[in-house]
Ligand binder design. Structure first.
Ligand code: AMP
Ligand code: GLY
Length: 426
Protein backbone atom coordinates (compact mmCIF):
# COMPACT_ATOMS: atom_id res chain seq x y z
CA UNK A 1 0.00 0.00 0.00
CA UNK A 2 1.15 3.58 -0.73
CA UNK A 3 0.53 5.97 2.14
CA UNK A 4 1.11 9.72 2.50
CA UNK A 5 1.10 11.22 6.01
CA UNK A 6 0.75 15.01 6.26
CA UNK A 7 2.40 16.79 9.21
CA UNK A 8 5.68 17.05 11.10
CA UNK A 9 5.12 16.46 14.82
CA UNK A 10 5.27 13.67 17.37
CA UNK A 11 1.78 12.52 16.40
CA UNK A 12 2.83 12.10 12.76
CA UNK A 13 5.96 10.20 13.82
CA UNK A 14 3.74 7.89 15.90
CA UNK A 15 1.38 7.40 12.93
CA UNK A 16 4.30 6.58 10.61
CA UNK A 17 5.79 4.12 13.13
CA UNK A 18 2.43 2.41 13.69
CA UNK A 19 1.76 2.01 9.96
CA UNK A 20 5.30 0.70 9.43
CA UNK A 21 4.80 -1.92 12.17
CA UNK A 22 1.48 -2.92 10.59
CA UNK A 23 2.91 -3.29 7.09
CA UNK A 24 6.68 -3.61 6.70
CA UNK A 25 6.24 -3.60 2.91
CA UNK A 26 4.21 -0.37 2.60
CA UNK A 27 5.56 2.75 0.88
CA UNK A 28 5.12 5.44 3.52
CA UNK A 29 5.80 9.10 2.72
CA UNK A 30 5.64 11.95 5.26
CA UNK A 31 5.23 15.60 4.20
CA UNK A 32 7.17 17.43 5.43
CA UNK A 33 7.98 15.06 8.32
CA UNK A 34 10.86 15.47 10.76
CA UNK A 35 14.19 13.70 11.40
CA UNK A 36 12.31 10.90 13.21
CA UNK A 37 9.79 10.16 10.44
CA UNK A 38 12.63 9.64 7.93
CA UNK A 39 13.07 5.99 8.83
CA UNK A 40 9.64 4.46 9.28
CA UNK A 41 8.70 6.68 6.33
CA UNK A 42 10.42 8.72 3.67
CA UNK A 43 10.26 12.49 4.06
CA UNK A 44 8.93 14.62 1.21
CA UNK A 45 9.87 18.33 1.17
CA UNK A 46 6.30 19.63 0.89
CA UNK A 47 4.67 21.89 3.47
CA UNK A 48 1.46 20.75 5.17
CA UNK A 49 -0.09 23.99 3.88
CA UNK A 50 0.76 23.27 0.20
CA UNK A 51 -2.55 21.55 -0.52
CA UNK A 52 -2.11 21.55 -4.31
CA UNK A 53 1.46 20.23 -4.07
CA UNK A 54 0.33 17.44 -1.74
CA UNK A 55 -2.45 16.46 -4.16
CA UNK A 56 0.06 16.41 -7.07
CA UNK A 57 2.34 14.16 -5.02
CA UNK A 58 -0.52 11.80 -4.10
CA UNK A 59 -1.54 11.59 -7.74
CA UNK A 60 2.02 11.05 -9.07
CA UNK A 61 2.78 8.34 -6.47
CA UNK A 62 -0.54 6.47 -6.69
CA UNK A 63 -1.20 7.05 -3.00
CA UNK A 64 -3.90 4.71 -1.65
CA UNK A 65 -4.60 6.86 1.39
CA UNK A 66 -3.44 10.28 2.56
CA UNK A 67 -3.64 10.60 6.36
CA UNK A 68 -3.78 14.17 7.70
CA UNK A 69 -2.18 14.57 11.14
CA UNK A 70 -2.80 18.20 12.21
CA UNK A 71 -6.00 20.27 12.17
CA UNK A 72 -4.89 23.24 10.07
CA UNK A 73 -4.86 21.55 6.62
CA UNK A 74 -8.28 20.04 7.42
CA UNK A 75 -9.66 23.44 8.46
CA UNK A 76 -8.18 24.81 5.21
CA UNK A 77 -10.06 22.25 3.09
CA UNK A 78 -7.45 19.64 2.11
CA UNK A 79 -10.23 17.03 1.91
CA UNK A 80 -12.08 19.09 -0.72
CA UNK A 81 -8.89 19.62 -2.77
CA UNK A 82 -8.27 15.86 -2.85
CA UNK A 83 -11.91 14.98 -3.45
CA UNK A 84 -12.09 17.29 -6.46
CA UNK A 85 -9.25 15.28 -7.98
CA UNK A 86 -10.60 11.86 -7.01
CA UNK A 87 -7.74 11.23 -4.54
CA UNK A 88 -8.49 9.13 -1.41
CA UNK A 89 -7.91 11.03 1.84
CA UNK A 90 -8.62 10.12 5.46
CA UNK A 91 -9.83 13.19 7.36
CA UNK A 92 -12.92 15.40 7.56
CA UNK A 93 -13.98 18.05 5.05
CA UNK A 94 -13.53 21.75 5.87
CA UNK A 95 -17.18 22.03 6.85
CA UNK A 96 -16.99 18.96 9.09
CA UNK A 97 -13.67 20.09 10.63
CA UNK A 98 -15.54 23.10 12.06
CA UNK A 99 -16.16 20.75 14.96
CA UNK A 100 -12.65 21.84 16.01
CA UNK A 101 -12.03 25.05 14.05
CA UNK A 102 -15.15 26.80 15.41
CA UNK A 103 -16.10 26.36 19.05
CA UNK A 104 -19.31 28.28 18.34
CA UNK A 105 -20.26 25.74 15.65
CA UNK A 106 -19.29 22.83 17.88
CA UNK A 107 -21.20 24.04 20.95
CA UNK A 108 -24.33 24.84 18.92
CA UNK A 109 -24.21 21.44 17.22
CA UNK A 110 -23.84 19.69 20.58
CA UNK A 111 -26.82 21.60 21.92
CA UNK A 112 -28.91 20.81 18.82
CA UNK A 113 -27.96 17.11 18.92
CA UNK A 114 -28.53 16.71 22.67
CA UNK A 115 -24.87 15.93 23.44
CA UNK A 116 -23.98 16.68 27.09
CA UNK A 117 -21.61 19.67 27.40
CA UNK A 118 -21.12 22.75 29.61
CA UNK A 119 -23.84 25.43 29.33
CA UNK A 120 -22.60 28.42 27.27
CA UNK A 121 -23.20 31.87 25.82
CA UNK A 122 -21.64 33.39 22.68
CA UNK A 123 -20.32 36.96 22.47
CA UNK A 124 -18.74 39.21 19.84
CA UNK A 125 -18.83 42.46 21.87
CA UNK A 126 -16.70 43.08 24.92
CA UNK A 127 -19.36 45.13 26.75
CA UNK A 128 -22.04 42.45 26.66
CA UNK A 129 -19.56 39.70 27.54
CA UNK A 130 -18.23 41.77 30.47
CA UNK A 131 -21.78 42.36 31.80
CA UNK A 132 -22.45 38.63 31.59
CA UNK A 133 -19.33 37.39 33.40
CA UNK A 134 -19.70 40.05 36.10
CA UNK A 135 -22.88 38.28 37.21
CA UNK A 136 -21.52 34.73 37.48
CA UNK A 137 -19.59 32.76 40.03
CA UNK A 138 -15.95 31.83 39.15
CA UNK A 139 -14.28 29.75 37.88
CA UNK A 140 -15.37 31.12 34.51
CA UNK A 141 -14.30 29.49 31.26
CA UNK A 142 -13.56 31.85 28.34
CA UNK A 143 -12.67 30.45 24.90
CA UNK A 144 -11.71 31.98 21.58
CA UNK A 145 -13.95 30.33 18.98
CA UNK A 146 -11.27 29.72 16.34
CA UNK A 147 -8.03 27.75 16.20
CA UNK A 148 -5.50 29.13 18.69
CA UNK A 149 -2.87 26.37 18.96
CA UNK A 150 -4.11 25.23 22.37
CA UNK A 151 -3.86 28.72 23.87
CA UNK A 152 -7.41 29.93 23.30
CA UNK A 153 -9.07 28.52 26.43
CA UNK A 154 -8.82 30.26 29.80
CA UNK A 155 -10.17 28.88 33.05
CA UNK A 156 -10.44 32.14 35.03
CA UNK A 157 -10.37 31.92 38.83
CA UNK A 158 -11.87 35.41 39.22
CA UNK A 159 -14.15 37.79 37.36
CA UNK A 160 -11.13 40.08 36.83
CA UNK A 161 -9.19 37.30 35.12
CA UNK A 162 -12.20 36.51 32.93
CA UNK A 163 -12.45 40.19 31.96
CA UNK A 164 -8.74 40.21 31.07
CA UNK A 165 -9.19 37.17 28.82
CA UNK A 166 -12.23 38.75 27.15
CA UNK A 167 -10.34 42.00 26.60
CA UNK A 168 -7.39 40.15 25.01
CA UNK A 169 -9.70 38.34 22.63
CA UNK A 170 -12.40 40.88 21.79
CA UNK A 171 -10.58 44.22 22.20
CA UNK A 172 -6.85 43.66 21.77
CA UNK A 173 -7.27 41.05 19.02
CA UNK A 174 -4.55 38.90 20.61
CA UNK A 175 -5.87 35.84 18.73
CA UNK A 176 -6.76 37.66 15.50
CA UNK A 177 -9.84 36.36 13.71
CA UNK A 178 -9.95 33.30 16.02
CA UNK A 179 -10.80 35.48 19.04
CA UNK A 180 -13.43 37.81 17.53
CA UNK A 181 -16.12 35.39 18.63
CA UNK A 182 -15.95 34.08 22.17
CA UNK A 183 -17.67 31.28 24.07
CA UNK A 184 -18.17 31.76 27.81
CA UNK A 185 -19.05 28.47 29.43
CA UNK A 186 -19.86 26.83 32.72
CA UNK A 187 -16.92 25.32 34.61
CA UNK A 188 -17.06 21.52 34.76
CA UNK A 189 -15.31 19.83 37.68
CA UNK A 190 -13.86 16.35 37.15
CA UNK A 191 -11.14 14.30 35.51
CA UNK A 192 -10.51 14.59 31.78
CA UNK A 193 -10.33 11.71 29.35
CA UNK A 194 -9.43 11.66 25.65
CA UNK A 195 -11.38 9.18 23.53
CA UNK A 196 -10.59 8.88 19.82
CA UNK A 197 -13.01 7.31 17.36
CA UNK A 198 -12.19 6.15 13.87
CA UNK A 199 -15.29 6.90 11.83
CA UNK A 200 -16.69 6.45 8.32
CA UNK A 201 -19.38 9.04 9.05
CA UNK A 202 -21.82 6.52 10.46
CA UNK A 203 -19.91 3.94 12.53
CA UNK A 204 -17.69 5.22 15.34
CA UNK A 205 -15.00 2.76 16.45
CA UNK A 206 -13.24 3.76 19.70
CA UNK A 207 -9.49 3.43 20.29
CA UNK A 208 -8.14 2.93 23.82
CA UNK A 209 -8.92 5.98 26.05
CA UNK A 210 -5.96 8.04 27.26
CA UNK A 211 -5.22 10.96 29.56
CA UNK A 212 -3.22 14.05 28.63
CA UNK A 213 -1.37 16.33 31.09
CA UNK A 214 -1.78 19.86 29.76
CA UNK A 215 -0.19 21.94 32.52
CA UNK A 216 3.51 22.65 32.31
CA UNK A 217 4.57 21.71 35.85
CA UNK A 218 4.31 18.79 38.26
CA UNK A 219 1.07 18.56 40.21
CA UNK A 220 -0.86 20.11 37.27
CA UNK A 221 0.39 23.59 38.03
CA UNK A 222 1.56 26.32 35.69
CA UNK A 223 0.40 27.41 32.25
CA UNK A 224 -1.43 25.24 29.71
CA UNK A 225 0.72 23.64 27.01
CA UNK A 226 0.04 21.51 23.94
CA UNK A 227 0.48 18.50 26.26
CA UNK A 228 3.40 17.45 28.49
CA UNK A 229 2.66 13.73 28.59
CA UNK A 230 -0.07 11.12 28.46
CA UNK A 231 -0.85 7.56 29.39
CA UNK A 232 -3.17 4.71 28.49
CA UNK A 233 -5.17 2.79 29.45
CA UNK A 234 -6.96 4.88 32.11
CA UNK A 235 -8.84 3.20 34.97
CA UNK A 236 -11.74 5.67 34.57
CA UNK A 237 -12.03 4.82 30.89
CA UNK A 238 -13.94 1.57 31.37
CA UNK A 239 -15.56 -0.34 28.51
CA UNK A 240 -18.96 0.86 29.79
CA UNK A 241 -17.85 4.47 29.75
CA UNK A 242 -16.46 4.20 26.23
CA UNK A 243 -19.71 2.60 25.07
CA UNK A 244 -21.64 5.42 26.75
CA UNK A 245 -19.44 8.00 24.99
CA UNK A 246 -20.10 6.30 21.67
CA UNK A 247 -23.86 6.22 22.25
CA UNK A 248 -24.33 9.65 23.84
CA UNK A 249 -21.57 11.66 22.15
CA UNK A 250 -20.16 10.21 18.91
CA UNK A 251 -23.32 8.69 17.43
CA UNK A 252 -25.59 11.75 17.82
CA UNK A 253 -22.89 14.10 16.49
CA UNK A 254 -22.22 11.90 13.45
CA UNK A 255 -25.93 11.54 12.77
CA UNK A 256 -26.45 15.29 13.14
CA UNK A 257 -23.60 16.10 10.78
CA UNK A 258 -24.70 13.58 8.14
CA UNK A 259 -28.26 14.94 8.27
CA UNK A 260 -26.98 18.48 7.79
CA UNK A 261 -25.06 17.53 4.65
CA UNK A 262 -21.52 17.45 6.02
CA UNK A 263 -20.79 13.89 7.12
CA UNK A 264 -17.73 13.53 9.36
CA UNK A 265 -15.04 11.01 8.32
CA UNK A 266 -11.66 10.52 9.93
CA UNK A 267 -10.50 10.54 13.53
CA UNK A 268 -12.94 12.18 15.92
CA UNK A 269 -11.30 13.30 19.17
CA UNK A 270 -13.75 13.62 22.05
CA UNK A 271 -12.25 15.49 25.01
CA UNK A 272 -14.47 14.38 27.89
CA UNK A 273 -14.96 15.57 31.46
CA UNK A 274 -16.08 12.93 33.94
CA UNK A 275 -18.28 15.18 36.06
CA UNK A 276 -20.39 14.22 39.09
CA UNK A 277 -23.41 14.64 36.75
CA UNK A 278 -21.99 12.24 34.16
CA UNK A 279 -19.85 12.44 31.04
CA UNK A 280 -19.76 15.82 29.29
CA UNK A 281 -17.81 17.04 26.26
CA UNK A 282 -15.06 19.62 26.83
CA UNK A 283 -14.18 19.87 23.16
CA UNK A 284 -13.93 18.01 19.89
CA UNK A 285 -10.83 17.86 17.72
CA UNK A 286 -10.78 16.64 14.13
CA UNK A 287 -7.59 14.56 14.49
CA UNK A 288 -5.66 12.42 16.95
CA UNK A 289 -4.37 14.12 20.08
CA UNK A 290 -0.71 14.96 20.48
CA UNK A 291 0.86 13.51 22.69
CA UNK A 292 -2.01 11.03 23.25
CA UNK A 293 -1.36 9.39 19.85
CA UNK A 294 2.08 8.42 21.17
CA UNK A 295 0.44 6.07 23.71
CA UNK A 296 -2.80 5.15 21.94
CA UNK A 297 -1.23 3.95 18.67
CA UNK A 298 1.36 1.63 20.28
CA UNK A 299 -1.55 -0.03 22.15
CA UNK A 300 -3.77 -0.37 19.06
CA UNK A 301 -3.53 -4.03 18.08
CA UNK A 302 -5.35 -3.94 14.74
CA UNK A 303 -3.76 -2.50 11.60
CA UNK A 304 -4.99 1.01 10.77
CA UNK A 305 -4.00 1.36 7.11
CA UNK A 306 -6.83 -0.83 5.77
CA UNK A 307 -9.71 0.85 7.65
CA UNK A 308 -8.29 4.32 6.91
CA UNK A 309 -8.00 3.49 3.20
CA UNK A 310 -11.53 2.03 3.21
CA UNK A 311 -12.94 5.20 4.79
CA UNK A 312 -10.99 7.32 2.29
CA UNK A 313 -12.67 5.37 -0.53
CA UNK A 314 -16.08 6.07 1.05
CA UNK A 315 -16.59 2.54 2.34
CA UNK A 316 -18.02 1.40 5.67
CA UNK A 317 -16.01 0.07 8.63
CA UNK A 318 -19.03 -1.57 10.32
CA UNK A 319 -17.79 -4.48 12.42
CA UNK A 320 -14.15 -3.35 12.59
CA UNK A 321 -12.57 -3.14 16.06
CA UNK A 322 -9.28 -1.58 17.16
CA UNK A 323 -8.00 -4.56 19.15
CA UNK A 324 -6.49 -3.13 22.31
CA UNK A 325 -3.14 -4.69 23.30
CA UNK A 326 -2.51 -5.74 26.87
CA UNK A 327 -0.16 -3.66 29.00
CA UNK A 328 0.26 0.10 29.30
CA UNK A 329 2.01 2.99 27.60
CA UNK A 330 3.17 6.32 29.01
CA UNK A 331 4.77 9.22 27.16
CA UNK A 332 6.90 11.96 28.71
CA UNK A 333 7.43 15.00 26.49
CA UNK A 334 10.85 16.66 26.71
CA UNK A 335 10.46 20.38 26.04
CA UNK A 336 12.72 23.37 25.38
CA UNK A 337 13.61 25.57 28.36
CA UNK A 338 11.07 28.41 28.50
CA UNK A 339 8.21 26.52 26.81
CA UNK A 340 5.27 27.36 26.58
CA UNK A 341 6.76 30.87 26.63
CA UNK A 342 9.61 31.92 24.30
CA UNK A 343 12.41 29.35 23.94
CA UNK A 344 15.63 29.00 21.93
CA UNK A 345 15.81 26.95 18.75
CA UNK A 346 18.72 25.29 16.99
CA UNK A 347 20.14 23.89 20.24
CA UNK A 348 22.36 20.83 19.51
CA UNK A 349 20.97 17.64 21.02
CA UNK A 350 21.80 13.99 21.63
CA UNK A 351 19.35 11.14 21.89
CA UNK A 352 19.81 7.81 23.64
CA UNK A 353 20.21 4.88 21.23
CA UNK A 354 19.08 1.24 21.49
CA UNK A 355 15.77 2.18 23.04
CA UNK A 356 13.40 -0.12 21.13
CA UNK A 357 14.97 -3.15 22.81
CA UNK A 358 14.17 -1.56 26.17
CA UNK A 359 10.47 -1.16 25.23
CA UNK A 360 10.83 2.55 24.62
CA UNK A 361 9.71 4.43 21.50
CA UNK A 362 11.19 7.83 20.89
CA UNK A 363 9.03 10.20 18.84
CA UNK A 364 10.50 13.34 17.32
CA UNK A 365 8.33 16.47 17.53
CA UNK A 366 10.40 19.69 17.40
CA UNK A 367 13.71 18.50 15.97
CA UNK A 368 15.61 19.37 12.80
CA UNK A 369 18.90 18.60 11.08
CA UNK A 370 21.32 21.46 10.62
CA UNK A 371 24.60 20.69 8.81
CA UNK A 372 24.05 17.02 9.57
CA UNK A 373 23.60 17.66 13.31
CA UNK A 374 20.36 17.06 15.24
CA UNK A 375 19.07 20.30 16.83
CA UNK A 376 15.91 21.47 18.58
CA UNK A 377 13.36 23.32 16.44
CA UNK A 378 10.23 23.54 18.59
CA UNK A 379 8.81 23.79 22.11
CA UNK A 380 7.94 20.13 22.42
CA UNK A 381 11.14 18.46 21.23
CA UNK A 382 10.66 14.69 21.66
CA UNK A 383 8.14 12.36 23.26
CA UNK A 384 9.49 9.27 24.99
CA UNK A 385 6.95 6.46 25.21
CA UNK A 386 7.62 3.64 27.67
CA UNK A 387 5.71 0.38 27.26
CA UNK A 388 5.18 -2.06 30.11
CA UNK A 389 3.02 -4.77 31.52
CA UNK A 390 1.53 -2.13 33.80
CA UNK A 391 1.59 1.66 34.06
CA UNK A 392 4.30 1.76 36.74
CA UNK A 393 6.69 -0.17 34.50
CA UNK A 394 5.81 1.98 31.46
CA UNK A 395 6.41 5.12 33.58
CA UNK A 396 9.82 3.97 34.78
CA UNK A 397 10.93 3.22 31.22
CA UNK A 398 9.64 6.55 29.94
CA UNK A 399 11.19 8.64 32.73
CA UNK A 400 14.58 6.90 32.52
CA UNK A 401 14.76 7.46 28.78
CA UNK A 402 13.59 11.09 29.08
CA UNK A 403 16.48 11.78 31.45
CA UNK A 404 18.85 10.55 28.74
CA UNK A 405 17.66 13.08 26.14
CA UNK A 406 20.41 15.70 26.23
CA UNK A 407 20.26 19.34 25.19
CA UNK A 408 20.76 22.62 26.96
CA UNK A 409 17.57 23.63 28.79
CA UNK A 410 15.83 20.25 28.36
CA UNK A 411 12.87 19.96 30.75
CA UNK A 412 10.05 17.48 31.37
CA UNK A 413 7.44 16.54 33.94
CA UNK A 414 8.48 13.70 36.20
CA UNK A 415 4.92 12.92 37.33
CA UNK A 416 3.04 11.87 34.19
CA UNK A 417 0.51 9.21 35.26
CA UNK A 418 1.54 9.65 38.88
CA UNK A 419 -1.92 9.86 40.45
CA UNK A 420 -3.18 6.83 38.51
CA UNK A 421 -0.13 4.79 39.56
CA UNK A 422 -0.60 5.82 43.21
CA UNK A 423 -4.29 4.89 43.11
CA UNK A 424 -3.69 1.50 41.57
CA UNK A 425 -0.94 0.77 44.12
CA UNK A 426 -3.69 1.34 46.73
P1 AMP B 1 -10.15 23.33 25.18
O1 AMP B 1 -9.30 24.23 24.35
O2 AMP B 1 -11.61 23.52 24.97
O3 AMP B 1 -9.71 21.91 25.08
O4 AMP B 1 -9.79 23.66 26.70
C1 AMP B 1 -8.48 23.49 27.18
C2 AMP B 1 -8.50 22.93 28.60
O5 AMP B 1 -9.20 23.84 29.46
C3 AMP B 1 -9.26 21.63 28.72
O6 AMP B 1 -8.47 20.52 28.43
C4 AMP B 1 -9.68 21.65 30.18
O7 AMP B 1 -8.60 21.28 31.03
C5 AMP B 1 -9.97 23.11 30.42
N1 AMP B 1 -11.40 23.38 30.20
C6 AMP B 1 -11.97 23.78 29.06
N2 AMP B 1 -13.30 23.94 29.20
C7 AMP B 1 -13.58 23.65 30.48
C8 AMP B 1 -14.78 23.65 31.27
N3 AMP B 1 -15.96 24.02 30.75
N4 AMP B 1 -14.69 23.30 32.56
C9 AMP B 1 -13.50 22.95 33.10
N5 AMP B 1 -12.33 22.96 32.43
C10 AMP B 1 -12.36 23.30 31.13
N1 GLY C 1 -3.20 16.91 23.55
C1 GLY C 1 -4.31 17.71 23.22
C2 GLY C 1 -4.54 17.89 21.79
O1 GLY C 1 -3.96 17.23 20.96
O2 GLY C 1 -5.37 18.72 21.45
Amino acid sequence: MNILIVGSGGREHAIAAKLRRDDPGASIYVAPGNPGTDGPGQNVPLSASDLGGLADFASDHAIDVTVVGPEQPLADGIAEVFEARGLPLFGPSRRAARLESSKVFSKQLMRDCGVPTAGFEIFTEYGRAADYVTGIEPPIVVKASGLAAGKGAVVAESVDDALTALREMLVEDRFGEAGREVVVEEFMPGAELSVFFLTDGENAVPLVPSRDHKRRFEGDRGPNTGGMGAYAPVADGTAELVEQARREVADPILRGMAERGYPYRGFLYAGLMLTPEGVKVVEFNCRLGDPEAQVVLPLTGAGLAEPMAAIARGESVAGWTAGVSTGAALVTVVVSGGYPGPYPKGVPMDLPVDLEAADVHLYHAGTAREDGRLVTSGGRVVGVTGLGSDLAEAATRSREAAARVRFEGAAWRTDIGHSEIETSAG
